[in-house]
Each structure stands twice: as C-alpha cells, then as structure tokens.
Design a protein around this ligand. Structure first.
Ligand code: R5P
Length: 298
C-alpha cells in the first residue's frame, strides 16, 4: 500500500494543515522552521517523506519574512526524497504589482510567480488578485488552481444580513461582487475607485438613493490599508444609509487599518480565513480541500 501524502504547516498555518490532512486522509508532517539569532532562516524536515507527495501550507501575507523559509523548506523536502511538493497559499502576495506603473519599477507578480514555480510542483490559492494579469498561468509555470470564495461569502451574507445591497469599490471587483450577489440573491452596485497612492484613494459618491432601505455590504478581495473601504463607508454614512457591513476575502489589515475602519463607522467587519485575523468568520477549509483534491494524482 502506498503511504499517504504528508501535509506540513509553515508556522501559523497549523489549523488549515490539520483540517486538510483530516479532510484529504493525509498525514501531518513535522518540520522545524525557525530563525538563527542573526535573522537567517533554519528549516529541518522531521517526518519521513521519501517517495511521498507533500504539501506545504503557507499563506503569504507579510511575504518577505515567509518566502525564504518557504523556499528552503521546499528544497529540504526534495532533498529528503519527496515525490512532489505542492503549495497551498490561501493568500498569494504581490499580485497587485501586476504592471509597471512608473518607469523603473518591476512587475513583482511575475517574479514571485516564477520563484513559486521553482519551489513547488503545483499551487493552490484563493481568489488571487487578478486584474491586468488575468490568469495564474501568466505568472506560474506549474499547475495553479484558484479557489473562489464567492459562494461561502454569499452564504454568510444570506445568513447574517437582512435585505443586503452589495457594493464593489471598483471595476476590478465587478465580476466577483456580481458572483457573490448572484449567490446571495441580492442587488449590487460597482463604484469607480481611483488610487493615487498607498493611502490616497478616491471613491465616488455612490448613487444609492433607491436602495436606502437596504443594508449596504461592501465586498472587496483584499483589505490592506482599508482606505478603499473607509472612503466608501464615509460616503454611505453621509447618504444616510445604515452602518455598512464590510466583507473581504483576504484580511491583510496593515498596521492600524482594522481599528481605522471601525472608527470610520463600519458595521460588522468580516473576512474569510485565508489570513488569520479576529475578523475571520467565513471558513474555507472545505473549499480548499476540494481544490487540492483536483491537483493530487488520482
Ligand atoms: C485593489 O485593487 C483591491 O481589489 C482592493 O480594493 C485594494 O487592495 C484595497 O486596498 P486598501 O485596503 O489599501 O485600500
């Protein structure tokens, strides 16, 4: 009988690794990942992986601290004889730098995708930020699968929000805000955000007069500085609507962004559990496990 595959968590990813192991009938592997006193990374595989398929679980928010140990861990797995190394990264970083916005910049999404393709045989992620790059195959040369959170988000909205009106902040969001709205059986509007800098975002006044009786639900893929949501919350409150529920796939929440959004008058703030955060309400382990199943050999 072939030994089952092995799931290994990078620090902080233990809960999802455990759930995937249970759902997929795989073994939980053990690895030490730590820093030397000088800040360099140390990794060591402690489970037998020779001839076995392996999966590393490592969400990639705050990626600069994670990419080096991730690459070393993948290398250690191969050197220990792993038959394959898959990567489950529920949040895939660097996808927003998908264009050379200013001369002299680089398209980080391409480079990070290339590094990941060097270390993993396949990649699974959740709703990657795909805009000017429209498909993961444009950044990854290995098989890559994107799990969509729309259905799970819609289910949460259906169960928790009365008469929702979904609001997407920009045209990029149109396709998937539309998908969430369709599953939630709710109307939606899409705004036209302009970003002038990291924390300088302009969102036009939404025309929501006819939706006054509904509960506004802002839906976005990533909340980072939260400026996009803060701007929109401000307009909606001024227009006399109820405190908007804010729903995001990826709760990056840089520095004080979560507190800032609350202080700006947001109602409940809710996220999927792709990045661990107090706002996590929408679990995706089942959807991620189903996605991983499609990438494993039959
Ligand atoms: C933008 O393209 C994304 O879809 C989000 O709207 C954006 O990342 C949100 O960023 P922030 O929270 O910094 O406004």
């Amino acid at each position: 009988m072939t030994a089952p595959g092995v799931v290994i968590a990078m620090p902080g990813n233990e809960q999802l690794a455990e759930e995937l192991a249970i759902r997929l009938g795989l073994e939980r592997g053990v690895a030490t990942v730590r820093r030397f006193p000088d800040g360099e990374s140390y990794v060591r595989i402690e489970s037998p992986v020779d001839g076995r398929g392996t999966i590393i679980v490592c969400t990639l928010d705050r990626p600069d601290d994670k990419l080096v140990p991730l690459f070393l861990l993948a290398a250690a797995l191969r050197e220990a004889g792993a038959r394959s190394v898959g990567l489950v990264a529920p949040y895939l970083a660097y996808m927003r730098q998908d264009r050379r916005f200013q001369p002299g910049e680089t398209i980080s999404a391409h480079h990070v995708g290339a590094w990941i393709s060097q270390c993993a045989d396949w990649l699974l992620t959740v709703d990657p930020h795909l805009h000017r790059i429209t498909d993961l195959s444009q950044v990854c040369s290995v098989p890559a699968h994107a799990v969509h959170a729309a259905q799970s988000m819609a289910q949460w909205i259906r169960e928790h929000v009365r008469d929702p009106l979904l609001i997407g902040p920009d045209e990029e969001s149109a396709q998937w805000v539309g998908a969430v709205a369709q599953h939630a059986l709710a109307p939606f509007v899409v705004l036209r955000k302009t970003r002038r800098g990291d924390r300088d975002v302009e969102v036009p006044l939404p025309d929501v007069e006819r939706w006054r009786s509904r509960t506004p639900v802002l839906v976005d893929d990533i909340v980072s500085t939260a400026r996009t949501m803060i701007e929109t919350v401000g307009h909606l409150r001024q227009a006399g609507l109820a405190a908007p529920v804010c729903v995001a796939v990826h709760a990056v929440f840089a520095q004080t962004a979560f507190e800032d959004l609350r202080a700006a008058g947001a109602g409940e703030i809710v996220s999927c559990d792709t990045i661990r955060h107090p706002s996590n309400r929408i679990p995706l382990a089942a959807a991620i496990a189903a996605g991983v199943r499609t990438l494993l050999p039959a």
